[in-house]
Design a protein around this ligand. Structure first.
Ligand SMILES: NC(=O)c1ccc[n+]([C@@H]2O[C@H](COP(=O)([O-])OP(=O)(O)OC[C@H]3O[C@@H](n4cnc5c(N)ncnc54)[C@H](OP(=O)(O)O)[C@@H]3O)[C@@H](O)[C@H]2O)c1
Length: 280
């Protein structure tokens, strides 16, 4: 039952597999079956969020699974409407109740919502929830360097991880450099750019042909080689396995550069720039 995914160590000591499983849209009985299948396939890090309304589904999959809870790393996220300290604490507790869990391994602030400007207060709630044993490791999503600086200056605590939109069309080179300089791990959301047209991209297709791999595998290997934790979502057991099978080949420097060159300034999938975009 042991998983063969390599691990990395976060700045607070938590060991994290370098690939996890995305669950956006996976709900109810079908969703629980998909998550249980992912665990059986070898995924140990499961991404979820209060706003996906599937923390209960994840909890159900965990209870159905033969893998013990302690071997899994479960993530959830605080919605933008609950950044006020007391509301944040209650939302973390509610997330636990929904999942039927005693603790989350990772809990993240979902969006900074800079216009509201309460993310430091939310961060304080995560810091305290970690002290109370409700969360093992605390992080954020979609935080720009200026938001991370605020956390550092106003609480003295930097996140263990920042989950950001990252794929070949938007490779976040500068943001990743900032993370490296501050010992914050990078996690890639929509690592496959939600597939759309990327599976037909001729540059990646050529690399896939040369490597005798699929386009998805090449993209996920690229995430691994740039040092980012990817969390591809798939409801399909065959594609779940395909996505996980990337630890027995490597991309050359030229191939890495060819993929990096696909990035453009407006490469975000839905133009969700955290400097202005807000989500509640
Ligand atoms: N923090 C944030 O703000 C944020 C934002 C967005 C997403 N996320 C997280 O990141 C996770 C992943 O992102 P995502 O779900 O947006 O997109 P994604 O993982 O890039 O792509 C998912 C899509 O790709 C398809 N797919 C997966 N593997 C495939 C393969 N090998 N071949 C062909 N198609 C494949 C899936 O279809 P099938 O299911 O049919 O296989 C699904 O339609 C989410 O589920 C969520 O947990 C976080």
């Amino acid at each position: 039952m042991k998983s063969s995914i390599p691990e990395m160590v976060l700045n607070d000591g938590l060991r994290l597999p370098v690939m996890g499983f995305g669950t956006s849209g996976l709900k109810g009985n079908e969703g629980a079956a998909a998550v249980e299948s992912a665990i059986r396939t070898g995924y140990r890090l499961i991404d979820s969020a209060y706003n996906y309304e599937n923390e209960g589904t994840i909890g159900e999959a965990v209870r159905r699974s033969a893998v013990p809870r302690e071997e899994l790393l479960l993530t959830s996220k605080l919605p933008g409407r609950y950044h006020e300290y007391d509301k944040a604490v209650a939302a973390i507790q509610e997330s636990l109740y929904r999942g039927g869990l005693d603790y989350y391994d990772l809990y993240l602030i979902h969006w900074p919502n800079p216009e509201e400007d309460r993310f430091v207060e939310a961060w304080q709630a995560l810091i305290d929830a970690k002290k109370w044993g409700l969360i093992r490791s605390i992080g954020v999503c979609n935080f720009l360097p200026e938001h991370l600086e605020r956390l550092k200056n106003e609480t003295g605590v930097l996140p263990s991880i920042n989950q950001i939109e990252l794929h070949p069309y938007f490779n976040q080179e500068e943001q990743r450099r900032f993370h490296e300089e501050h010992n914050i791990a990078t996690e890639s959301w929509s690592p496959l750019a939600r597939v759309q047209d990327i599976l037909d991209h001729d540059v990646i297709q050529k690399i896939a042909d040369d490597q005798n791999r699929t386009v998805s595998q090449v993209i996920l290997r690229w995430h691994y080689q740039i040092g980012a934790v990817s969390i591809p979502k798939s409801s399909n057991p065959v594609r779940q396995k395909e996505n996980l099978s990337i630890f027995d080949f490597s991309l050359s420097e030229n191939q890495m550069n060819d993929i990096a060159a696909l990035t453009t300034e407006d490469g975000r999938i839905q133009n969700q720039d955290p400097a202005v975009y807000q989500e509640f």
